[in-house]
Write a protein that binds this ligand. Structure first.
Ligand code: FAD
Ligand code: HEM
Ligand code: FMN
Length: 1012
């Protein structure tokens, strides 16, 4: 890390005292963050790191911020465990611990064990009766019993484990050097060693699923006993108090937030959200230590070599620059990556197990069986701590008990868990807008409320909104999502009502009166204005209009004249789409549905493109995959301004890495004769568009200078705003604003771009739709929506789904040899095909297959590359879901060679990211073989799904991208949407992967069934 000249010495926070930190650290942390987030704090004898950004920076750079602290109290208290080591030593130890905590083991082995332990402890709590303490009479013994099973320390009692855990942790935090604390810690240290020796001997002859057994069965060389001892003590310290505290605080939060408790009782799938919001709100590990290995600068503050740091997770998790109302507990808030499990090298190994203990088992048990559970009015609860924080006591009462043997409690496992009332409900629902948000919402609602009648109403004669009229025509893989949507209408309960504008054919008030629930998903389509002089000159165009024209939208009939030199303002994905579509040649668009004549007329004269953005290259809003795609096209020379690519080493920033791949940049040769020049302007603001009657130039502010570019046209791509003429915009102006979940009132909801102000991708619409379906389901279950209305009959001019199928059929059969379809581009043509009953709908071409249908002769191999097992779990669940629909097998990338790939199979590649944006250990040999041997993979087809964590902003999902790039470099062809799962989001990886696989498999099956 280079040291900027502006680094300042650490401010001294001599006003901080430990007693206040223990009682209520939040006001102190708020001030420390406000003052920059890095301070020297004399009372703690450490630098405290309190802002989210600074904490993240330490977590992702173990070379500078070492866990191996000199004179560490933790090492003295417990021995030298993996938690106080850096890689590679750390990783060798962590690997031996890993298998027991893998997602598969948690799902298939431990969740059942936790259930048994939970029921035992709940029975004891019930015996104790109202007035018992939820912490000491339930959470603590429950967490201890779970830990005992995980570790295999069967000769210890729950009380032993609690005592050991507490005293070892007290010794770790013994900054006051209290001899009694050391003595108690030492007693536990010795007791653990005795118990451990006895149990290791036992496990030699009695193997089971526990950690101790797995250590003895490890294929690797056995860990030395001193290391086992230290790591077991660390796991006793960390594996008990944290789940206890997470459970205690979650129970307290539920008891003090009745509305949220009601929402969770209606929808048990929300227990997982409760768990995450709890540990965001009050992180059980509030602070851990790191030490600098060299002089460095953090958040502008200079730190000397050897500086001891306290990484304040309690504080970072309440950083107001990340979360609105960060101090409030709110399960409905937007999901952002919290740091309670840490990130990077030492990210908690027990996170899955802790989630299963708390969210899948203990909370549903407590709240499902103790009717009327509430805080004991005679005994106030107490919370405390700053290094570790949790409930000190939580005395509770209840009215009566649902017997424990009365069948299983509804347990949340992350998926949709509709209540009985919901599954029986038959509401009539209107969804205005059949774009991705409308379609996903319809799909989720019909899964959740199988009796619901759903009308998807759209002003256009055809469905799918921006999927058809925004997403670029050369990204057919993304457009393949339409095949999933097509299947929606196979259900007799879901209707498409096209050619119907709310505000024209149907009044908003009639719509509300006609349906039990109305979801407004009508999108946001007007180009945002730049707000600078010259904007109304001829030659200024919006990206929305251009992309609609290229997509054959019936409202866009004019092809803009762009001239020779074009400035595109904006650097988001839409701007990059425009850049690509304006710079490629017709032959690059083979396999697309872009009209050759329109594309030719639009691009004929262009030889120079400028792409201008106000952000730095590191913060630009484009997806790096989009930039790397640009590198594939020949004859284009790129040049970057406002970014020094040499400043940041390769591999540290995915956006800069992507820019380095562009021909003309960083020494990359341009393929063929240069026919077009693309200039990238970062940190640059357009100030004025120059010209008399039409555009002649644009003035930019760039690094303190004014740069004047001569251009013939300007394309604005800086986002979208609602169209004030749309009746939906007018209706919304009269209504209260929607809650975070999209609910305006019971029976009226917002979805998609209309709800999120034109932000979010198609996968985001899927995520939001699930949550919204939950909210609507809850309103029905609670009786806030009565299911009494009958819906509206379509008006005479309306089109239906068969109309769309005819249009689809005609467009495909009219396709020229190098296009997948020729779009009908006028209302007349669309409507006449929709009504042309002579067009026979060929169901075989409308998407080969969908959920549950056969995938024909397709042979699928699921290959996973994993480090800690998530990708394997996803692969197994995909395999299960596909059984019976096609021949399917599964393999670990670690067990195969590139030469094993066969052209007659289709490969689903599920791969995570590790280290600093690397492929995971399990896939490394395969990846290296691709890179070093470059085998010929011509004819191999695959689709990619990356597992990652978006809080690794610079390397998000990069491992799977590296693997994908290596495969394509060897000639294999990727098809379909690039799937991604973000571990810091709220969705289960398997759910996201199942949706993704549905789309890509349908595409693969239709390719396979199309004669070559
Ligand atoms: C140019 C462009 C390219 C994009 N490319 C990608 C991409 O490659 N990948 C990706 O993931 N995301 C992409 N996106 C984003 C993606 O399109 C959006 O996330 C998504 O379409 C939002 O869905 P929606 O249903 O909210 O809105 P829309 O897709 O806009 O759907 C709204 C629907 O409502 C209808 N409607 C509007 N008003 C009325 C009314 N009064 N009565 C009846 N019907 C009405 C419209 O006709 C439309 O069909 C792109 C966006 C744009 C603009
Ligand atoms: C809600 C509950 C839990 C929370 C909030 C939590 C939090 C954390 C945090 C913050 C770290 C990193 C600490 C550091 O870097 O200094 C960590 C590491 C670790 N945790 Fe957890 N933890 C929880 C439950 C568990 C459980 C149940 C186990 C095992 C039984 C466990 C085992 C571990 C291990 C082994 C590490 C060390 C990983 C490494 O160094 O590579 N944790 N945990
Ligand atoms: C030490 C470590 C480093 C990680 N590095 C990255 C990263 O650079 N980029 C990313 O997107 N995700 C990163 N992740 C997140 C993982 O990719 C994510 O948790 C994934 O679900 C793990 O899948 P697996 O268990 O199959 O390996 C990292 C996780 C860990 C534990």
């Amino acid at each position: 890390m280079t040291t900027p000249l502006t680094a300042r010495p650490a401010p001294v926070a001599d006003w901080v005292d430990i007693k206040t930190l223990y009682d209520d650290p939040y006001p102190i942390y708020e001030r420390l963050r406000r003052e920059g987030g890095v301070h020297w704090v004399p009372s703690v004898n450490r630098y405290l790191i309190t802002s989210y950004e600074a904490v993240i920076a330490t977590e992702h750079d173990q070379e500078t911020f070492s866990a191996n602290e000199t004179d560490s109290l933790q090492i003295r208290a417990m021995g030298h465990s993996m938690l106080r080591r850096d890689d590679p030593e750390h990783y060798r130890e962590r690997r031996q611990w890993q298998s027991v905590f893998k997602p598969n083991a948690v799902k298939n082995v431990w969740t059942q064990t936790f259930h048994e332990k939970g029921r035992e402890q709940l029975a004891r709590l019930i015996d104790k009766g109202p007035g018992a303490d939820l912490i000491w009479d339930f959470s603590a013994p429950f967490a201890a019993e779970c830990l005992k099973s995980l570790l295999g320390l069967y000769n210890a009692s729950a009380e032993d484990l609690q005592r050991w855990s507490q005293t070892l942790i007290d010794a770790t935090g013994n900054y006051a050097d209290d001899p009694d604390v050391w003595a108690a810690g030492k007693r536990s240290f010795d007791e653990v060693d005795v118990a451990l020796d006895e149990m290791l001997e036992w496990h030699l002859h009695n193997r089971d699923h526990s950690l101790l057994s797995s250590l003895l069965s490890s294929p690797e060389e056995q860990m030395p006993i001193e290391k086992i001892r230290a790591n077991i003590k660390m796991s006793i310290g960390g594996g008990l108090n944290e789940p206890r505290d997470a459970l205690g605080v979650a129970a307290w939060a539920m008891l003090t937030h009745p509305d949220q408790r009601k929402a969770v009782e209606r929808d048990p799938a929300l227990w997982s959200t409760v768990f995450d919001e709890t540990i965001r709100w009050i992180a059980p590990i509030g602070l851990y230590s790191r030490q600098t290995t060299k002089r460095t600068v953090l958040a502008g503050v200079e730190l000397p070599a050897g500086a001891r740091l306290g990484i304040c997770i309690l504080s970072a998790n309440r950083d107001e620059s990340i979360w609105d109302r960060a101090d409030e507990f709110d399960i409905h808030r937007e999901v952002k990556p919290h740091l309670a499990f840490s990130k990077g090298t030492h990210v908690c190994l027990g996170a899955r197990a802790a989630r299963a203990e708390v969210a899948d088992v203990a909370l549903p048990l407590l709240f499902g069986h103790l009717n009327g559970l509430s805080i004991d009015p005679d005994n106030a609860p107490a919370v405390g701590g700053w290094v570790f924080r949790g409930m000190l006591s939580l005395p509770a009462t209840w009215h009566d008990v649902k017997p424990l043997d009365a069948g299983p409690v509804s347990v949340a496992v992350g998926g949709v868990t509709p209540s009985q009332t919901e599954t029986e409900a038959c509401p009539h629902v209107a969804i205005v807008g059949s774009g991705p948000a409308g379609c996903f919402t319809a799909r989720e609602l019909s899964r959740r409320l199988p009796g619901a009648r759903i009308d998807l109403i759209d002003r256009l004669p055809v469905p799918y909104g921006l999927l058809r009229y925004g997403v670029a025509g050369d990204h057919q893989g993304t457009k393949a999502v339409a095949r999933q949507f097509d299947r929606l209408f196979d259900s007799p309960n879901v209707r498409f009502v096209g050619n119907t504008t709310i505000g024209d054919q149907v009044a908003f008030e009639d719509l509300r009166a006609g349906y039990d629930a109305v979801v407004l998903a009508s999108g946001v389509h007007a180009d945002r204005a730049l707000g600078i002089p010259g904007e109304t000159l001829t030659g200024v165009w919006g990206a929305g209009g251009i992309t609609r024209r290229l997509n054959g939208h019936p409202n866009e009939t004019e092809t803009p004249t762009l001239g020779r030199r074009v400035a595109i303002v904006g650097q988001g994905n839409v701007a990059i789409d425009v850049l690509r579509l304006l710079s490629v040649r017709s032959k690059d668009l083979e396999g697309s549905d872009i009209d050759e004549a329109v594309h030719g007329a639009l691009t004929r004269d262009i030889d120079t493109l400028h792409i201008i953005g106000r952000s730095s290259a590191e913060k630009a809003r484009f997806d790096p995959v989009m930039i790397r795609e640009l590198g594939r096209f020949s004859g284009i020379r790129h040049c970057v301004h406002g970014v020094e690519l040499d400043r940041v080493p390769e591999g540290k920033d995915a956006r800069l890495d992507a820019l380095r791949t562009l021909p003309g940049v960083a020494g990359v040769e341009v393929d063929g004769t240069v026919r077009m020049k693309v200039d990238w302007w970062f940190e640059t603001v357009p100030e004025q568009i120059d010209g008399q009657a039409k555009v002649e130039g644009v003035a930019l502010r760039h690094g303190g200078d004014v740069v004047s570019l001569e251009v013939d046209s300007v394309v604005t791509a800086i986002g979208f705003v609602p169209d004030p003429e749309n009746a939906i915009s007018r209706a919304l102006a009269e209504l209260p604003s929607a809650s975070e979940s999209g609910r305006i009132e019971a029976g009226l909801y917002l979805a998609g771009w209309l709800r999120r102000s034109a932000r979010g991708t198609i996968p985001d619409q899927r995520t939001d739709a699930r949550a919204l379906a939950g909210v609507i389901g809850a309103d029905i279950a609670s009786g806030d929506i009565a299911c009494t209305r009958q819906g509206l009959a379509p008006h005479v001019e309306a089109t239906d789904i068969d109309g769309w199928r005819r249009i689809d059929q005609r467009e495909r059969s009219d396709a020229t040899p190098d296009r997948v379809r020729t779009k009908l581009c006028t209302f007349e043509a669309l409507l006449s095909s929709a009504r042309d009953t002579s067009i026979v709908i060929d169901r075989a071409t409308d998407g080969a297959a969908g959920e549950g249908d056969s995938l024909g002769d397709l042979s699928v191999s699921i290959l996973f590359g994993t480090e800690s097992g998530n990708a394997e779990l996803v692969a197994e669940e995909l395999e299960q879901a596909l059984e019976g629909r096609c021949t399917v097998d599964i393999a670990d990338l670690g067990d195969i060679e590139p030469d094993d790939l066969a052209p007659e199979r289709f490969y689903l590649i599920i791969c995570s990211t590790y280290g600093d944006g690397d492929v995971p250990g399990g896939a490394n040999a395969f990846y290296q073989a691709l890179r070093e041997r470059a085998p010929d993979l011509e004819g191999i087809r695959f689709a990619s799904f990356g597992l990652g964590d978006s809080s690794y902003a610079k390397t998000y999902s990069r491992g799977s991208e590296l693997l994908t790039e290596a495969l394509t470099a060897c000639g294999a062809r990727r098809i379909g949407e690039y799937g991604r799962h973000d571990a810091s989001g709220s969705l289960s990886a398997s759910d996201v992967a199942l949706d993704w696989a549905e789309g890509v498999l349908v595409l693969a099956a239709s390719e396979s069934s199309t004669p070559a």
